[in-house]
Ligand binder design. Structure first.
Ligand SMILES: C[S@@+](CC[C@H](N)C(=O)[O-])C[C@H]1O[C@@H](n2cnc3c(N)ncnc32)[C@H](O)[C@@H]1O
Length: 166
């Protein structure tokens, strides 16, 4: 079955050909979700929330998806046997849909200003949803296979863009 989606806007970021692997909350530069003006009414009361889910089309992927991968950010720490694509956040997927949770800084007309997003400038937006306390927070969430990675805590600092001196 083929499914057609349409872009409802675009994301503007400072990243032209490099973006962090996950959102870096306090990254430099301006991050904006510019909704097509016909959707502006749909933003009513979104500013009551602190965080949103942003779903987008990872449009500049040229590689073919593989079902077992070694995530590049792990470098030599990647598990020898690799990991399943669907146990990863790789952007190279059968349906290249990205999901990021970001903080709303302000909303003006059809533009949502956010904390750092991990996408290239010009990425098409598929949907926006509020991140709702208790409904979306799982107190017993875990790190899955990441617990088996040597130096996991250090790698996580890199992924989150948290400065450290070791
Ligand atoms: C690992 S993905 C994670 C995306 C999202 N946070 C998720 O978990 O679904 C983020 C990476 O996708 C790549 N990327 C971002 N925007 C892209 C675009 N429009 N086209 C192709 N690749 C993109 C960048 O290399 C970035 O580091």
């Amino acid at each position: 079955m083929n499914i057609n989606f349409k872009s409802i806007g675009i994301i503007e970021t400072p990243y032209m050909d490099f973006a962090p692997y996950q959102p870096v909350e306090e990254d430099n530069g301006e991050f904006k979700i510019i909704l097509n003006p016909e959707y502006e009414e749909g933003l009513h009361k979104l500013n009551r929330f602190k965080y949103i889910y942003v779903l987008y089309f990872i449009n500049k992927v040229s590689k073919k998806p593989e079902l077992t991968i070694k995530p590049s950010w792990l470098g030599s720490f990647a598990p020898e046997s690799g990991i399943g694509l669907f146990a990863s956040r790789s952007p190279v997927r059968p349906n290249p849909i990205g999901l990021s949770i970001v903080r709303i800084k302000k909303i003006e007309e059809n533009i949502i200003y956010t904390s750092g997003l991990d996408v290239f400038d010009g990425t098409p937006v598929l949907d926006i949803k509020p991140y709702i306390k208790d409904l979306d927070t799982k107190e017993d969430a875990n790190h899955g296979w990441l617990d088996d990675v040597k130096d996991k805590d250090h790698l996580m600092l890199h992924i989150k863009g948290i400065p450290h001196d070791y």
